[in-house]
Write a protein that binds this ligand. Structure first.
Ligand code: ADP
Length: 365
């Protein structure tokens, strides 16, 4: 079956400045694709290219199996939801939602039927006679989505739709968008700079930097096997620890040696990765460093570490130490005995670590 969205070798320049470089993305019907990356990496530009609001410089794209490279936005069978909801202030919610259909000359009975359907899907039936000024931010967001939904498009495009909402509402709306996606089975492309939003919503994530795709994969692939140092650092909170280390392989396994100030180096045994170069960056998630007593890992994956700072955070307690010249964070249980200035026996789960080349930044394992 043809991909619902297929972008091939897309380039986009403004004047002589190349903004998007060789973008290749394919998603299937029902996918929730999230484009994520730091501000200025080209996410919105890419979304606007998909929408047809920006012409592309080179390459092509199809939507629902049809070549849309040079097709005008209104004929692309897409609906876009922006962060500024762009509702008509003088119209009721119902009129806001049906206005587009009216303009397109759709008959009244169909309009009513579609309105009733989306109002029910979005649980906004009691709001239909209100004006946008009488709605909360979350309700306005829902109306904006309703306007997109009645079009029943092949593809929904969302540009940072939650960035105007406060933190609590963001989380609620995130859950709603996810549930809506599950109910409708719709195909979506969603732009955000928030990596947690990306992880929680996406079926596929594209991580971008400087107009270049760094990695495309499921949330689990991106989290567990980041393709390079940028992705490793960008996705996850607190961030993955990236520790310079020496690797010494001897056929049976690899000794990973991490230097310390005023103490012998830590040496851990990796039994899985047997042919690493000598200089590596060890990538280890905070949750993969635990109290040795709680984890019960083999002795060869444990080390005494002096904890510098202990930060209780409810269910977890974060312990920060210095390893390989870096601040390293461990996510421990709240009942941990770890205390500032005291050595704690910690277990490193080497079955889950990433290794990167210090020169290229690329993943090695
Ligand atoms: P993001 O959505 O990831 O924050 P954008 O797609 O908005 O990034 O912008 C990507 C880059 O393109 C930025 O460096 C921005 O300055 C540049 N850019 C965006 N729009 C224009 C434009 N109309 N003319 C020139 N440069 C632009």
């Amino acid at each position: 079956m043809a991909s619902i969205l297929d972008i091939k070798n897309l380039y986009k320049s403004y004047g002589s400045t190349e903004i998007l470089k060789d973008i290749n993305i394919a998603i299937e019907q029902g996918d929730f694709l999230v484009l994520v990356g730091p501000s200025g990496c080209g996410k919105s530009t890419l979304l606007n290219c998909i929408a047809g609001l920006e012409p592309i410089t080179k390459g092509g794209m199809s939507i629902g199996g049809k070549d849309m490279t040079n097709v005008s936005p209104k004929d692309r069978d897409i609906a876009m939801v922006f962060q500024s909801y762009a509702l008509y202030p003088t119209m009721t919610v119902a009129k806001n939602i049906t206005f587009g259909m009216k303009v397109r000359g759709i008959d009244q009975a169909t309009q009513d039927q579609k309105l009733a359907y989306v109002a029910q899907q979005l649980q906004i039936e009691p709001l239909l006679n209100r004006k946008p000024g009488q709605l909360s931010g979350g309700q306005r967001q829902r109306v904006a989505m309703g306007r997109a939904l009645v079009r029943d498009p092949k593809l929904f495009l969302f540009d940072e739709p939650l960035s105007n909402l406060d933190a609590k509402l963001r989380v609620e709306m995130r859950t709603e968008i996810k549930s809506l996606h599950q109910r409708l089975g719709a195909s979506m492309v969603y732009v955000t700079h928030d990596q947690i939003e990306a992880m929680t919503l996406a079926s596929k994530i594209v991580v971008m930097k400087g107009g270049i795709i760094q990695q495309m994969g499921t949330p689990a692939e991106i989290y567990n096997r980041p393709a390079n140092l940028f992705v490793a650092d960008f996705m996850g909170s607190p961030a993955m620890n990236l520790i310079p280390a020496k690797a010494h392989s001897d056929g049976k396994g690899t000794q990973i040696e991490i230097a310390r100030n005023n103490a012998d180096p830590i040496v851990l045994l990796d039994t899985q990765n047997k042919d690493l170069p000598e200089d590596v960056i060890l990538g280890v998630r905070p949750e993969d460093i635990a109290d040795a007593a709680a984890r019960g890992a083999s002795e060869s994956q444990q080390a005494e570490c002096v904890i510098d700072i202990v930060e209780p955070a409810g269910a977890d307690t974060f312990a920060v130490m210095q390893l390989g010249g870096k601040h390293v964070t461990a996510r421990l249980h709240s009942e941990t005995t770890a205390a500032a200035g005291v050595a704690q026996r910690l277990a490193f789960d080497l079955g889950k670590v990433s290794y990167f080349s210090p020169e290229s930044g690329l993943r090695l394992n």
